[in-house]
Design a protein around this ligand. Structure first.
Ligand SMILES: *[C@@H]1O[C@H](CO)[C@@H](O)[C@H](O)[C@H]1NC(C)=O
Length: 234
């Protein structure tokens, strides 16, 4: 409707019958008047454009702020495999930088090597994604990364924090590693041990970090806080 109306006006202004009337006049008064009209409608169009743009910008900003507000108060889990934000809905302050602290729980299904992390044990996750046992970086920068695991000793154990990046065709690159080898004598009395790794690394958007162990069967997951994986931007 709106467009029909507009094109109707346009047609009227350029209606050939207007020219027919004016060509009978001795003075060529029409072209300047038409020019003026054109100029005026040009100014009006520019003004309309500016006003519409401003109105649209207003709508966008409003939508953006509503989105931010919504995000800051909402717990969001897209599904058990991908989680973007997890924040407590109790009006706590938002973190100032990206942060993640993941723990173990019954819902964490480990791969034979790659550790999985719980999405129900109140993980802290802000401006980082958790997907398929990986933490995915959203904002480029320096990150302090750490991981701690509790495991049963069985000859050899290896605990590492790995990174996958597009620059190296998504291949796993070790960032941190701890190894333990037990002598034959030590192997006989089975016991338990902990491994803690931490360091600072420069990570780009879409880089993925994960925890890899020689065998997740050796991981003891009795208590969620005994196995952790986290990172935060410094
Ligand atoms: C995990 O570590 C083992 C060695 O402990 C290695 O063979 C394997 O390729 C690693 N897996 C990934 C996905 O990094």
């Amino acid at each position: 409707m709106f467009f029909n109306f507009k094109s109707g006006v346009g047609r009227m202004a350029h209606d050939p019958s207007v020219f027919v009337v004016d060509t009978h006049a001795t003075r060529p008064a029409v072209p300047p008047r038409l020019g003026k009209q054109k100029k005026q409608s040009g100014v009006a169009q520019t003004l309309l454009f500016v006003l519409v743009t401003l109105a649209l910008l207003g709508v966008f900003f409003e939508a953006f702020f509503i989105y931010r507000l919504y995000q800051s108060e909402y717990v969001s889990i897209t599904d058990s495999k991908e989680m973007v934000y997890f924040l407590y809905p109790d009006g706590r302050l938002l973190p100032s930088k990206p942060v993640a602290h993941l723990t173990d729980a019954q819902d964490a299904h480990h791969d034979p090597h790659v550790m999985a992390w719980s999405v129900i044990a109140e993980p802290l996750l802000y401006e980082m994604k958790y997907k398929d046992r990986h933490l995915i970086i959203q904002k480029e920068g320096y990150y302090y990364i750490y991981s701690k695991v509790y495991y049963s000793q069985g000859g050899a154990f290896c605990h590492s924090v790995m990174m996958r990046t597009k620059m190296y065709a998504g291949k796993g690159i070790p960032l941190l590693e701890a190894r333990e080898y037990l002598s034959k004598k030590d192997k006989e009395d089975k016991s338990f041990s902990n491994s803690f790794l931490a360091g600072v690394f420069y990570l780009s958007q879409n880089d993925a970090i994960y925890v890899n162990v020689s065998s997740t069967k050796q991981i003891i997951s009795h208590r969620s806080y005994e196995n952790v994986f986290g990172a935060y931007m410094i």
